[in-house]
Ligand binder design. Structure first.
Ligand code: HEM
Length: 510
């Protein structure tokens, strides 16, 4: 009797398992999920992702086997990779709000006091209010107007002066570019800037590098959060760097709070303080959504984090490509000479009349997108991309690298050719393909897009008007491979910035 009962129980359980499995498989089939890389319990698809290739290139290659859109498991997270612009636009534009979430990770939580910033903060009414507030603060400071232009030109002048002092020496331009871009952000946020070698500035450079090296780079601790129980050198460095950053931010914040007077906003921090105080007094959204001092501090942290490394890196890529393509550099110089001459420096109103320089900047942003996987998005509800079902909570990675190197969209995508962004006469800049999103798109589009474009135009314009950039005699051409991290960085390289003869003569004449 016992044997019969036991057998019946086993049979019932087996049938139940089969039934549930069948229903699950049927649902999966009906729900039409994207094809998946092999995945195992606990480790997910880690084995299939072991490769010497960098993630953006590996994800591009995997299309051959799995199609434009496919899925994988990152630990216990379900991740979908999108490699074509049609699907990318559905995610970023058509279903912008559905895919506006962000994944919390161990490192970004440390960086942002648990998502109290904009870039890593999850989509919510508080986040929307917060982003809008920063956007208006940027506009109030006069994005596109003379104040920001003046700041950038002041830094361009200082950078050119340094290059002139170091003429004919083989130099790594990176620290000088970082100083120029950091000073623009410092002026915008705090109304202050730094001289070369200032100790506060040096410590800022140091902690920024520590953060870039350790945060959001797909570390194991972000995939398997329980690993933080064990000693972890990267987490220790990150926490130390953040402690230094926070002391500095807090000091600036306290100074601003003490000096704050209504109607006299000198910088972004003043504008944010005003917006916060104003909405608190009016008993409106700030109170409802609980916007705290931490939110303001983390916003400023974000602007440094997102605004310095990105723009500096694009400048480095631009210079690396100009060294490889001296004919492009010469063409930009000829355009500047014939349009602006030697009596004045480029300004923002020249943007429409220097199409070749504009096209070169676009091509640099295409061929080496600094953020090749954007920042991963998260589906806030059940949804779909194309014909595929996307469950709520899916992480969606847009592989910008694939979009920018898609052979169906770009002729010889691996060749650097600014001309592809110009019309036949070479006088008008245009986008030959929709497969181009260097700043993302939709509700999560880069908040500093216009600032970054102004900086790239003015810094490169000023530099190439006065200098010719050359590879030093004993140095190799820059490596164009790139190193994947928070941003896609070029390897270090050296350059000679030689004052142009026409500029030397003009200086003497003046
Ligand atoms: C050439 C330089 C830059 C490039 C190529 C760039 C590109 C990007 C990209 C691709 C994203 C991610 C969009 C997404 O997740 O879908 C992003 C986000 C962001 N960027 Fe930039 N960026 C640049 C400069 C800047 C600057 C100068 C600032 C600030 C002053 C800035 C602030 C931000 C912020 C706050 C976000 C997060 C937006 C959000 O999640 O809502 N960026 N950027």
């Amino acid at each position: 009797m016992e044997l019969v009962l036991g057998t019946a129980l086993v049979l019932t359980v087996a049938l139940a398992v089969l039934f549930v499995k069948g229903r699950f498989e049927m649902r999966m089939k009906r729900s039409n999920l994207p094809k998946s890389l092999p995945a195992f319990p606990l480790i997910g698809s880690l084995l299939s992702l072991r490769s010497d290739l960098q993630p953006h290139i590996l994800f591009q290659r995997l299309q051959e086997k799995y199609g434009n859109i496919y899925s994988l498991m990152m630990g216990s997270h379900y991740v979908v990779i999108v490699n074509n612009y049609q699907d990318a636009k559905e995610v970023l534009l058509k279903k912008s709000k559905i895919f506006a979430g962000r994944q919390r990770t161990v490192t970004t939580d440390i960086l942002t006091r648990e998502g109290k910033d904009i870039a890593f903060g999850d989509y919510s009414p508080a986040w929307r209010f917060h982003r809008k507030m920063v956007h208006s603060a940027f506009s109030m400071l006069g994005e596109g107007s003379t104040s920001i232009e003046k700041i950038i030109c002041r830094e361009a002048r200082s950078m050119c002066q340094t290059l002139s002092d170091l003429q004919s020496t083989a130099i790594d331009l990176a620290p000088e570019l970082t100083r120029a871009v950091t000073n623009v952000v410092c002026s915008l946020c705090f109304n202050s800037s730094y001289q070369r070698g200032d100790p506060e500035f040096e410590s800022m450079l140091q902690y920024s590098q520590g953060i870039v090296d350790t945060v959001a780079k797909g570390s194991l601790v972000d995939i398997f959060p329980w690993l933080q129980m064990f000693p972890n050198e990267d987490l220790r460095i990150l926490k130390d760097c953040i402690a230094v950053r926070d002391t500095l931010l807090q000091k600036k914040y306290d100074e601003h709070k003490a000096d704050y007077s209504d109607g006299a906003e000198k910088d972004l921090l003043d504008s944010l303080l005003r917006a916060k105080l104003c909405s608190e007094n009016n008993n409106t959204r700030a109170r409802e959504v609980g916007l705290t001092d931490d939110h303001l501090l983390m916003t400023v942290g974000d602007i440094f984090g997102a605004g310095v490394e990105t723009t500096t890196t694009v400048m480095k890529w631009a210079i690396a490509y100009l060294l490889h393509h001296p004919q492009v550099q010469k063409k930009i110089q000829e355009e500047i000479d014939s349009t602006i001459g030697l009596d004045r420096h480029p300004n923002l109103s020249d943007r429409g009349s220097l199409p070749y320089l504009e096209a070169t900047i676009r091509e640099v942003l295409r061929i080496r997108p600094v953020s090749p996987l954007l920042i991963p998005h998260v589906a806030l509800t059940h949804s779909s991309i194309g014909a595929f079902t996307i469950p709520k909570g899916t992480q969606v990675i847009i592989n910008l690298w694939s979009l920018h190197h898609d052979e169906k969209e770009w002729k010889n995508p691996d060749i650097f050719d600014p001309g592809r962004f110009l019309d036949e006469e070479g006088t008008r800049v245009y986008s030959p393909s929709a497969s181009y999103l260097p700043f993302g798109a939709g509700v999560r589009v880069c908040l500093g897009q216009s600032l970054a474009k102004m900086e790239l135009f003015l810094f490169l314009g000023w530099m190439l008007q006065q200098f010719t950039l050359e590879v030093p005699a004993d140095q190799p051409l820059p490596n164009l491979q790139g190193k994947f991290g928070v941003v896609l960085q070029p390897q270090k390289f050296k350059v000679n910035a030689r004052l142009r003869d026409s500029w030397v003569n003009a200086e003497m004449y003046h």
